[in-house]
Design a protein around this ligand. Structure first.
Ligand code: SAM
Ligand code: DTB
Ligand code: SF4
Length: 335
């Protein structure tokens, strides 16, 4: 049994070995939850960041990620949409800010960013979001060194580029790009001075070993990614993984708690799949180290809990969730 108020996981390390990670992932749940809470309390004080997500360009992506409804290889019935105009995107960002979000994440269903008009519009969107006083995050596939530095100049806070799963299991999920392609883009983002947002998905059919292997890659990055989204698969009709079984919520809690122990200061984001988690399971995730959520009624092509229900949940839990929130609260209660 663990000591009452100490943990052996007190140091920030970049040399985690697979065996050590598996050992943590497989701890008796009650011990894993305890250890992760001590780490979380020590480094993060139970503050939760609210990040809103908006799909700027939906569908028609040339990659074959087998979980994704936006791939041209899926037959999912989604509302495809060419790139939204700058003004429309900034209106969405303003609404997200009014609702209490402090980070605005914008997604483009692209294999890679192309230079020219759409990229210039992306830069204007980034500047506009930053001018609203929000953090700006972009996810738009692979990018070159020059594009990374132009995004950095525009003030981009973070670039999201997930590794999704282990290097070993990757080819079962995506074959139109390699793990190394992903790592190369992440390196360019880091070198440009942009924060790295990099995580994965559970429920793809991977083993516990694969989960440990993904966490090994992430926790051996130095510095650690500033944010680590942990998604659970939303099995979307028309995708290759439409028949995958929903994962048990305990698996999500284990993954979040382990990520927290391995990367004590990173924002561990409880991402896709929250609609299938009970209120109690979400509370355990927050207790064990999740300190960010996607906030707002929609993810990219699927739904997310409403911001009202999330606000209620976070208040009930008693975490701090937005520095400016109380003033927005007044605006809302008078609506
Ligand atoms: N095209 C860009 C890319 O792949 O980097 C940006 C958008 S992509 C949809 C962002 C991330 O969402 C993916 O890397 C994946 O981890 C996650 N994701 C996509 N579809 C999902 C699903 N059905 N369930 C859970 N996570 C999903
Ligand atoms: C991330 O890791 N999860 C978000 C965000 N980064 C871009 C996306 C989740 C997508 C869920 C499925 C959908 O809505 O299409
Ligand atoms: Fe394209 Fe991203 Fe979807 Fe893969 S996850 S198909 S890269 S939009």
């Amino acid at each position: 049994m663990t000591n009452l108020n100490t943990t052996k996981y007190t140091k920030i390390r970049y040399d985690w070995a697979r065996d050590e990670i598996l050992e943590i992932l497989n701890l008796p749940l009650i011990d894993l939850m305890w250890e992760s809470q001590i780490v979380h309390r020590k480094f993060n004080h139970y503050k939760v960041q609210l990040a809103s997500l908006f799909s700027v360009k939906t569908g028609g992506c040339e990659e074959n990620c087998s979980y994704c409804s936006q791939s041209i290889y899926s037959t999912s019935q989604i509302k495809s949409h060419p790139q939204f105009q700058v003004e429309e995107v900034l209106e969405k960002a303003q609404t997200a800010k009014n609702e209490g979000a402090d980070r605005f994440c914008m997604g483009w269903a692209w294999r890679e960013i192309r230079d020219g008009k759409p990229f210039n519009a992306m830069l204007t969107m980034v500047r506009g979001v930053r001018d609203l006083g929000m953090e700006a995050c972009v996810t738009a596939g692979m990018l070159t060194e020059e594009q990374a530095s132009r995004l950095a100049e525009a003030g981009l806070t973070a670039y999201n580029h997930n590794l999704d799963t282990s290097p070993e299991y990757y080819k079962n999920i995506i074959t139109t790009r390699t793990y190394q392609d992903r790592l190369d883009t992440i390196k360019r983002v880091r070198n440009a001075g942009i924060n790295v947002c990099c995580g994965g998905i559970i429920g793809l059919g991977e083993t516990n070993d694969d989960r440990a292997s993904l966490l090994e890659v992430l926790s051996n990055m130095n510095p650690h990614p500033e944010s680590v989204p942990i998604n659970s698969l939303v099995a979307i009709e028309g995708t290759g993984l439409e028949d995958n079984q929903e994962i048990d919520s305990i698996e999500m809690i284990r993954m979040i708690a382990t990520a927290r122990i391995l990367m004590p200061k990173s924002k561990i984001r409880l991402s896709a799949g929250r609609e299938s988690l009970s209120k109690e399971a979400q509370i355990l995730c927050l207790q064990c180290g999740a300190n960010s959520i996607f906030y707002g009624d929609e993810l990219l092509t699927t739904s997310n809990p409403s911001f009202q229900s999330d606000r209620k949940l976070l208040k009930e839990v008693g975490v701090i969730f937005n520095k400016d929130f109380e003033s927005h609260e007044k605006t809302f209660s008078s609506l």
